[in-house]
Design a protein around this ligand. Structure first.
Ligand SMILES: C[S@@+](CC[C@H](N)C(=O)[O-])C[C@H]1O[C@@H](n2cnc3c(N)ncnc32)[C@H](O)[C@@H]1O
Length: 226
């Protein structure tokens, strides 16, 4: 599971401004990972769907979320009202991008895997995945660790394909079909993704840069697309 990092926090900052509390307002968080962005959206909108290609992760999120709701219901029995604690149902779906997604949304949030394959190092994987950290803690042998990582992790959190834009391009190709009229996409990209604006134009997206920030070896960008 991808541990929330600078990219997650940068995108998270903008979610509030794009959410509405009206019952029909719907949000989709694609590639939800830890669920950090979906949970943020659920603070401001009632109808949130979160999806990821990682099936185990989605099962885990469903379990955790149901547990949270049960705890909230117990609170209701005490003096705190259900509304006050903000109980909200997030719908979790296992999906390769839009493959299992139905309907249209007012807001689609996507923090995609965007690293070009060749730039991914074992080091990045260890830093970014709590699952790997847990696994390798139980093994002192460096060669054994490398084997574990190579065999068990397909870099799905980070690997954006050859130029880092393959997943982004697949996303852009279909995103409009899942947006309601007047809806928006919040998308995070990196300076490692060359010619990103060319891709936006190719898929006829109107785009505006909301924020950019420099981190170590790259710049991160938050875009709104329509
Ligand atoms: C960079 S992480 C972002 C996680 C989380 N949204 C955040 O901001 O911390 C990218 C996420 O996309 C998921 N992912 C990768 N390829 C995907 C695909 N084809 N369809 C859906 N999710 C995908 C990964 O499993 C991972 O959880």
């Amino acid at each position: 599971m991808y541990e929330p990092s600078e990219d997650s926090f940068l995108l998270k900052k903008h979610i509030k401004d794009f959410c509405k509390p009206t019952p029909s307002f719907s949000v989709l968080d694609l590639g939800t990972g830890s669920g950090i962005l979906a949970f943020e959206a659920a603070k401001y909108s009632k109808n949130v769907t979160a999806s990821d290609i990682d099936e185990e992760l989605i099962k885990d999120l469903k379990r955790q979320h149901n547990q949270k709701n049960v705890n909230n219901i117990n609170l209701k029995k005490s003096k705190t009202s259900l509304q006050k604690v903000g109980i909200k149902k997030i719908k979790f779906i296992h999906s390769d991008l839009f493959s299992n997604i139905k309907g249209r949304f007012d807001l689609i949030i996507f923090n995609p895997p965007y690293l070009p394959t060749k730039t991914i190092k074992t080091k990045d994987l260890i830093t970014n995945s709590s699952d790997i950290k847990k696994t390798i803690k139980n093994s002192d042998d460096a060669i054994e660790n490398k084997k574990i990582i190579k065999n068990n992790y397909k870099y799905i959190d980070l690997d954006g394909g050859k130029n880092g834009t393959e997943i982004i391009e697949r996303f852009l190709k279909d995103a409009k079909k899942y947006l309601k009229k007047g809806g928006s996409v919040l998308l995070l990209t990196s300076s490692l993704n060359k010619n990103i604006e060319k891709l936006f134009k190719k898929y006829k997206c109107e785009y505006k840069l909301l924020e950019e920030e420099k981190f170590f070896f790259e710049k991160l960008y938050v875009w709104v697309l329509r």
